[in-house]
Design a protein around this ligand. Structure first.
Ligand SMILES: C[S@@+](CC[C@H](N)C(=O)[O-])C[C@H]1O[C@@H](n2cnc3c(N)ncnc32)[C@H](O)[C@@H]1O
Length: 386
């Protein structure tokens, strides 16, 4: 059997075994660990076939054999010729540089408008067809340059022969999979952060000496952004997961951030204001737990396995957390609500709840589109407590 036939067979084996209960990258890690005969090149190429397969979601599923679908996915998602495609479909391999539209025409296949199967759930202003088509492209890896190091970083990238783009601000777009830490060895020069996530910073507007609570901090991406915009703030970070706050502490150390407090807190607890020793903040950043549907370009298995019933679950969690934390916001203070979701129920409907039920005033915000620039799509809204 040739290497390419073996890759195709292994891809089918993975697709047979995977059921969506774990994130795909965890499943693949375990699968390759159990099959150590595969080298890193084999793992990379098989992973590419599996990921591309899921990029098609349920699109045109009924009419395609699995082998065909794997090869069609490879052809539609990749822009450079590929030895595996050359082996199985040399005529297609000669056409990999065509646009998506021309590739579909070449194969006499219908448009990919329904790759994303939840179009009727989308937030205002998201173009469902463009969003669907965006899944066939791998998103970029974005970094945010810190301490005016953008020029120094660019020099290192050029020296290493890495292509890059400058989409604005201090963001740098890199090809997905770039080994950034091997190129930029001083970790304090940059943060890995998606472009749309970087742009949520425009809503933070931190005043010097103000007291902030990043109440769903995870490993602290938004908090580092906040501190980079205004280092002179007081900051409490919290999350329900102890392990993620340990990651945050490591990441803050690498980023040179020292002055902050960290606390493990479950924000579904109605008494959360009573647990905090100082429970009145000038500003609260609520980067809420959500479906993550705006980031599925990086986890396309969700196109296949996500169940819409989960949206309601996230909405009720978001409302519950918002109503508990707003009690800790000083009058005149701002709440910044963020999701990486494209669903109206997690975005506009939660905004309406915060306005109507919690009495805050919406100042600015909305969807931050990423699908037209190989980035995540997010939602951010800034409120003031009157
Ligand atoms: C979208 S992530 C935050 C991302 C982070 N702000 C960043 O920029 O990297 C949401 C976080 O909410 C946390 N979370 C989920 N349920 C929670 C709860 N009941 N109380 C507190 N935090 C919770 C999760 O552990 C997760 O880390």
């Amino acid at each position: 059997m040739t290497r390419w036939e073996n890759y195709l067979l292994t891809t089918k084996k993975i697709l047979d075994q995977y059921n969506g209960s774990l994130p795909l990258h965890h499943f693949l890690k375990t699968f390759f660990k159990a099959n150590p005969q595969m080298g890193s090149r084999d793992r990379k190429q098989i992973s590419q076939l599996v990921y591309n397969y899921f990029r098609l979601g349920h699109w045109n599923n009924a009419t395609m054999q699995r082998d065909d679908r794997i090869l069609i996915a490879l052809f539609l998602c990749e822009i450079a010729p590929n030895p595996l495609l050359e082996f199985f479909r040399p005529a297609w391999n000669a056409q990999t540089a065509l646009s998506l539209k021309d590739k579909l025409q070449f194969l006499e296949l219908p448009a990919v408008d329904d790759v994303f199967p939840f179009a009727k759930e989308l937030s205002d202003g998201i173009d469902a067809a463009a969003y669907s088509a965006s899944f066939l492209q791998q998103p970029h890896l974005y970094i945010r340059a810190r301490y005016n190091k953008q020029q120094d970083i660019i020099q290192l990238l050029e020296k290493a022969g890495i292509s890059y783009a400058l989409p604005g601000g201090t963001a740098i777009a890199l090809p997905n999979g770039t080994k950034v830490d091997a190129i930029i060895t001083d970790k304090s020069w940059y943060e890995i952060q998606d472009l749309s996530s970087q742009e949520t910073g425009q809503l933070l507007q931190p005043a010097a000496k103000s007291y902030w609570w990043d109440c769903c901090a995870a490993s602290g991406g938004k908090s580092i952004l906040l501190k980079d915009i205004q280092p002179n703030i007081e900051l409490l970070v919290s999350d329900v997961r102890t392990s993620i706050l340990e990651n945050l502490q490591r990441r803050f150390k690498e980023a040179g951030i020292k002055n902050y407090h960290a606390k493990v807190l479950d924000l579904t607890d109605e008494q959360v204001d009573a647990i905090l020793p100082r429970n009145q903040f000038d500003n609260i950043l609520l980067d809420a737990p959500c479906s993550g549907s705006g980031t599925w370009g990086r986890t396309p298995e969700n196109l296949y396995y996500f169940e819409t019933t989960k949206i309601e679950h996230y909405q009720s969690l978001q409302k519950r957390i918002a109503s508990n934390v707003v009690k800790c916001l000083k009058p005149g203070g701002a709440l910044v609500y963020i999701t990486c979701s494209v669903f109206r129920k997690e975005n506009e409907e939660v905004v309406a709840y915060i306005e109507k039920e919690l009495g805050l005033q919406l100042q600015q915000g909305g969807v931050i589109k990423g699908y037209d620039r190989s980035a995540d799509t997010m939602f951010a809204a800034r409120f003031v407590k009157v």
